[in-house]
Design a protein around this ligand. Sequence first.
Ligand code: GTP
Length: 598
Amino acid sequence: MKHIRNFCIIAHIDHGKSTLADRLIQTCGGVTQRELHEQMLDSMEIERERGITIKSNTITLDYRAPDGKDYLLNLIDTPGHVDFSHEVRRSLMACEGALIIVDASQGVEAQTVANLYLALEHDLTLLPVINKIDLPSADVDRAREAIDAELGLDPFEAIPISAKNGIGIEDVMIGIVEKLPAPQGDPDAPLKALVFDAQFDKFRGVILQVRVLEGTLKPRDTILFMHAGRNFTVDEVGYNQFKLNPKSQLSAGEVGYVVAGVKSVQDIEIGDTITLQDRPTAEAIPGYQKARQVVFSSIYPMDTGDYVELTKALDKLVINDAALTYEKDSSAALGFGFRCGFLGLLHLDVIQERLRREFDIGLIITAPSVKYNLTLVDGSTLEVDNPSNWPHPTTIQSASEPYIKASILTPETYVGPVMELCREHRSESQTMNYLSASRIEVTSVMPLGEVLFDFYGKLKMITRGYGSFDYEPIEYRTTDVVKVDILINKEPVDTLSYLVHREKARPRALHYCERLAKEIPRHQFKIPVQGAIGGEIIARTTIAPFRKDVTEKLYGGDVTRKKKLLEKQKKGKAKMKQFGSVNIPQKAFVSVLRAEND
Ligand SMILES: Nc1nc2c(ncn2[C@@H]2O[C@H](COP(=O)(O)OP(=O)(O)OP(=O)(O)O)[C@@H](O)[C@H]2O)c(=O)[nH]1
């Protein structure tokens, strides 16, 4: 066991985690150049295109150290984004150590700090790595200062590398072996293994990724998922080495895969503890949490005929993504769709992209919402994330919404505007903390709902791209939330309704009305576009009618004929109004709803 190292790489997005992982893999000779196409670990197409790591992958590398000893290095990939901090935690629990990358030109960023805290929470030994030293803008000394001042780690331990050019990679390998601790655990104790990830394979079913903490796991063992309370028989165990490499057993300290006839990711909970049915461990691994959906949105097919396709696509997606939830929803304007729950905005984005790309379905996605907790006048409580389930205002006693602790790192110059931005988004407190002479961490307690609406884009703008943002949910706090309806020609359009703090109701309603007025073509009659809370109109625009002069073509003075025609036109108008038949083009929905996240 002393020749095993279980580690992960943590970094801010774009600091070079995948590139370093590729290099480590190459150096260990686990794969030929041809097999190692760029960004090997980022297997999904979107990940590759967007350059972000979403789903974790794990790999076991064989490494012969300069002292001639052979090591097994288990590289556990962790997603970098805050939406997936739940998955990050689980991955960290499978490791003893972590490489923490700092970009030599960018220095420490919000996610470097956030991930550092997570790693410290799990008692990991950290080895700092300074990447991208090949860049002309690289400043290794400054990066060392930041490692000392902002991360509190030993700056002299930091290994300068260029993952891209392959400089310093061997030093990293030696660092892993020498500085990171070997796992501990008793192979003869009752089995205790953590399921930290799972993928669905068409042929094998669910492939579980596990870290064995105690005991030994073998084919034909009957295993028990302690939280799910379900049994399965193990078919195969082994190492992940680009292909599944079967072994006779996995024992304490090891990381590997398990195939056990699990049909869908939904059947089990990632984060669960596996033990043996007939010789169980006394206690499950602590820290188990279910994935929590915090952002909700309805998804409709652009073409109502694609509903069945959308259903099939979502059914397929959840086999692989246990964090996505969905249930049927319907709208008078858009027909059938689904109400979906996501881990955060990026998760929503990823799902939306996958539906578009992998399944080729055009979508309309309603404004994302958080989940509100309501206490009603009759004393009962209610959770609402969908505006269509919002009860009548007179029945509501009080409401609360989720708050976050946001951490924003910014150069000192932009602190003023950043604080202002937070205040505009209903931040209740902001504190400042000097990380270094010129870099400041602004910590702000604010509603999660506020960052769903054009927060990130504005932050990037006012900090000229230098500001970085991370958050953690903290608690629910009392709020004054209202449901705003958007009425087109006096008719509420259900998919455009949204839940919002009273203060923000009017500006947002105006924004919607103006966008709609631009997108809806003129009709024969005047169309009011209004925002309303209950019966009260809070915003209004008007789409002017065509002024078609039907008498234009009648030369001369046949007054009665002219009159007749004008009468007829008036009647036509009345009829249209009566049916309220406004043609709202699909692109109006898309434009209004998409404007939210731009
Ligand atoms: N110049 C230079 N560029 C690098 C180096 N390492 C990585 N890059 C580039 O930096 C960008 C981000 O690298 P990735 O490895 O995708 O970063 P990542 O941290 O995995 O990003 P996420 O997957 O989004 O978390 C890519 O364009 C890399 O080519 C390096 O040592 N030098």
